[in-house]
Design a protein around this ligand. Structure first.
Ligand SMILES: [Zn+2]
Length: 145
């Protein structure tokens, strides 16, 4: 039998930290996602060389009612606090399915640590979502102090 799926592996420490940081927020269905996250494995989620990962959870985990993407979105900022990308968590059939890390410019070569992410809870997950890049671009620029 041919296995066409990319190799599954444990999450790296940074991937784990990022996922935990996102799931630290409260939203509908997050409890089950937290349980799933403990058993999740990862595989490369994109062929462009970026740090997006697919997530896999074993059978038998509690299924979540969380919407997809999860109603917590991250803005990746650089050392100067300028937005350089976004993070979304995808859920499929109530199970963790992917952590997407997008960038405004060059693909991010390394996954940003949680301290480089500004998390934002989407107030009404059923409402039309502003796309991540529009959100990022409309984000007020930080004034140096
Ligand atoms: Zn990519």
């Amino acid at each position: 039998m041919n296995d066409v799926h990319p190799a599954r592996r444990p999450l790296t420490a940074t991937e784990r930290a990022l996922l935990d940081s996102l799931l630290d927020h409260d939203f509908e269905g997050v409890e089950e996602l937290r349980v799933q996250a403990r058993e999740a494995t990862a595989s490369t989620g994109c062929e462009c060389g970026c740090v997006t990962i697919d997530l896999h959870v074993p059978d038998g985990v509690p299924v979540s009612t969380a919407p997809s993407p999860a109603p917590v979105e991250g803005t990746v900022v650089d050392a100067a606090g300028e937005p350089i990308g976004g993070v979304l968590l995808f859920v499929a059939d109530g199970r963790l399915s992917g952590l997407e890390v997008r960038s405004l410019d060059e693909p991010l070569a390394t996954l940003p640590p949680p301290e480089r992410i500004d998390w934002e809870t989407v107030p009404d997950p059923s409402a039309e979502r502003t796309s991540w890049w529009r959100r990022v671009r409309s984000r007020p620029r930080r004034v140096a102090t």
